[in-house]
Design a protein. Structure first.
Length: 185
């Protein structure tokens, strides 16, 4: 599958606007589908690498990813187009929804619907993560070690209640160190 390229900052703005408007409950699965599968602006490997960078930078992950992708193709103007696309329409929509939500927030059906969406969001994230695990084939550390790092991080966060900052410091720096050593040899 050949990688494509956005044709203009305007296209970046509209694609990231659409991405943001689909991202209820988390944009990770939507970003992967839109940027890798649908528009092919990134390969799976590039997406995983860019998402990793976006996660360790301060601020919302998808905003950081938009800045990275926009900048890659059109420099600062592309980054700003992605940023504006990610924020403009969702901000307007959220302001409208806040008005309506304040009137129905105590409704048991609304409460139930929102709680039910948590399972859907978790499933989307898990499914997308498993789909992207195919990038382990080309990773310098190879699949077994990558899966070991994934498992240790998962255990650390879920069972030992390790905060995400510490998980990133421990497992992220370990993975970077091991990858660096592997590439250096």
């Amino acid at each position: 599958m050949e990688r494509q390229q956005p044709q203009s900052c305007k296209e970046i703005f509209w694609r990231f606007s659409w991405l943001a408007l689909q991202g209820f409950g988390g944009v990770f699965p939507v970003a992967q589908k839109e940027l890798v599968e649908k528009h092919r602006w990134l390969t799976k490997e590039e997406f995983v690498e860019d998402w990793a960078v976006a996660q360790v930078m301060p601020g919302p992950n998808v905003v950081n990813l938009g800045l990275i992708v926009g900048n890659r193709y059109f420099g600062l103007k592309g980054g700003l187009a992605a940023l504006l696309g990610l924020l403009l329409f969702p901000l307007c929509l959220v302001l409208v929804l806040i008005f309506f939500y304040s009137n129905i927030s105590n409704n048991p059906y609304v409460i139930g619907a929102l709680k039910g969406m948590a399972a859907v969001a978790a499933g989307l994230i898990a499914g997308t993560s498993l789909k992207l695990a195919s990038t382990f084939k080309k990773h310098p550390l190879k699949r077994p070690l990558c899966w070991l790092i994934v498992a240790l991080c998962f255990i650390g966060v879920t069972y030992f209640k390790l905060s995400l900052v510490y998980a990133l410091l421990i497992f992220g720096s370990s993975a970077m160190f091991l990858t660096y050593r592997k590439l250096d040899s």
